[in-house]
Design a protein around this ligand. Structure first.
Ligand code: 6GU
Length: 231
């Protein structure tokens, strides 16, 4: 899988060198390239933003550097999914992570300030190298820019790329894969600071353990995220 990231803060993405994603990059499973948006400006001040047309607070990212960055990145490619992280986007959930993990090429456009001129999104949808454009939000709160969101999305999708996670079973039995929250986990010692491990987990009765874990998933989901049981 190839991943391109366009940002005015390329140094944010140095964390992608470590952990599982770092290993996947070294092994060639994932090819991540980070691009400085200012490299696609032509003025002395490398300007990437301007005042909002129609008035209002804050600044909007100019379309021209984005257009040139995408011209360069998409040249000679096919079937890219271009992601615009934005709090005004569709909610990013596990099914979307699975869809992104299937794409051969992901491009993340990280906006700052009040966002990117909407024509960049609209124009990107018309490009022949682009299979889909996704405006994605992590949730109902506001970040200063798309960088942290892009990293969360890259980690969530990247770990679903075949070969990324050591044990594929650990991908199945986790929160959200079956639409429920995960059951609580325990390890040794059986008693720690006078707190006992639920005895069923020590019983060796695998059917009873599976039933208990399912009940825990349902109870947790009902208590913490009841809306997951309705939709
Ligand atoms: Cl994707 N971007 C920003 N700037 N804020 C967010 C977000 C994304 N998701 C939640 N808040």
């Amino acid at each position: 899988m190839r991943i391109d990231v366009v940002t005015i803060f390329p140094e944010f993405f140095s964390v992608l060198d470590v952990s599982l994603l770092g290993k996947a990059r070294q092994s060639g499973l994932i090819d991540i390239r980070v691009h400085d948006l200012r490299g696609f400006t032509h003025d002395r001040h490398r300007t990437v933003d301007d005042t909002p047309t129609g008035g209002g607070a804050g600044m909007v990212m100019k379309p021209e550097p984005w257009g040139e960055a995408l011209d360069t990145i998409l040249a000679g490619t096919a079937d890219a999914v271009v992601v615009f992280p934005t709090p005004a986007g569709e909610l990013f959930r596990q099914p979307v992570a699975r869809e992104l993990a299937d794409a051969p090429h992901l491009v993340f456009c990280c906006g700052r300030y009040e966002g990117i001129d909407q024509r960049v999104v609209d124009h990107t949808r018309t490009r022949p190298e682009v299979a889909a454009v996704r405006e994605l939000s992590l949730g109902d709160y506001v970040l200063n820019g798309g960088e942290v969101a892009a990293m969360a999305i890259i980690e969530a999708a990247g770990r679903l790329v075949p070969g990324m996670v050591g044990n594929p079973e650990s991908l199945v039995e986790e929160s959200h894969e079956d639409g429920l929250l995960e059951y609580p986990s325990y390890t040794k010692p059986a008693v720690w600071r006078e707190l006992e491990t639920p005895p069923v987990l020590l019983s060796g009765n695998h059917a009873a353990i599976a039933a208990w874990r399912r009940e825990q998933q349902l109870e947790r989901t009902r208590r913490i995220r009841p809306e997951l049981l309705r939709d």
